[in-house]
Design a protein around this ligand. Structure first.
Ligand SMILES: NC(=O)c1ccc[n+]([C@@H]2O[C@H](COP(=O)([O-])OP(=O)(O)OC[C@H]3O[C@@H](n4cnc5c(N)ncnc54)[C@H](OP(=O)(O)O)[C@@H]3O)[C@@H](O)[C@H]2O)c1
Length: 197
């Protein structure tokens, strides 16, 4: 599968691309800087991963939106409000994922990966701690993302419709708080009791 990472020049995008390439996918890194990548080429792929900061989500989607009709748009954007990144911040539109879906109605938005830290993502030998919760309204698109997450590898769990993404996005500042409080890096989130499901 061709996976495009819009804003894939950041640590999160690069780490994901390295892992999916290792799993046999072709990844296209996107950037605003033509010397580092091409966001429009990334947006032309089968699955498009939006890897820009929340502050850049709306403007980026405005630019690439026309290319996303019918595409799976994997939104991992956490709506942080710097400098207070350890406090939950709920966007006016309900969640970053819902805002993305409204902004590009033709895209099949799936929200996931909010709790996968970039810290060790670039090291393919490092196991991703915890689970990856996946939300979306398009069943086929969500199944495709669940499969891609499993290939990172990580345990992928269906967490319901896209409206549930607010809960996923809101947990990241909580994890960032714990990282600071307990002086640990790369914390994850695990769901207990699903073994064998
Ligand atoms: N880092 C993590 O541990 C982590 C974990 C889970 C989820 N996330 C989410 O994943 C996304 C990417 O995280 P990251 O740490 O890789 O972010 P980042 O390094 O801050 O940004 C990623 C890329 O976005 C582009 N970008 C930055 N500002 C922009 C702007 N104003 N307009 C358009 N593009 C802009 C840049 O690419 P160019 O300069 O090349 O265009 C940059 O390399 C974020 O939404 C974050 O909330 C991150």
């Amino acid at each position: 599968m061709r996976i495009g990472l819009v804003g894939g020049t950041g640590k999160e995008g690069r780490g994901l691309a390295a892992r999916w390439e290792r799993a046999g996918h072709a990844c296209v890194i996107g950037s605003r800087d033509p010397a580092r990548g091409d966001n429009r080429a990334a947006a032309a792929c089968d699955v498009v991963v939006l890897c820009v900061p929340y502050a850049a989500q709306a403007s980026t989607l405005e630019e690439i939106g026309p290319l996303l009709d019918g595409k799976i748009l994997l939104d991992l954007v956490v709506p942080l409000a710097p400098p207070q990144v350890t406090r939950v911040s709920i966007p006016a539109g309900g969640s970053a994922a819902l805002e993305a879906q409204r902004s590009v109605p033709g895209a099949r938005v799936v929200a996931a990966l909010h709790h996968v830290s970039s810290t060790h993502l670039g090291d393919p030998e490092h196991l991703i701690p915890g689970d990856v919760l996946v939300c979306g309204d398009d069943v086929e698109a969500k199944e495709a993302v669940l499969a891609l997450v499993a290939e990172l590898p990580a345990r992928a769990i269906d967490a319901g419709p896209l409206v549930n993404a607010v809960a996923l996005e809101a947990m990241t500042p909580v994890l960032l708080y714990m990282i600071k409080k307990y002086k640990r890096s790369g914390l994850g989130l695990s769901i207990a009791g699903l073994e064998g499901a």
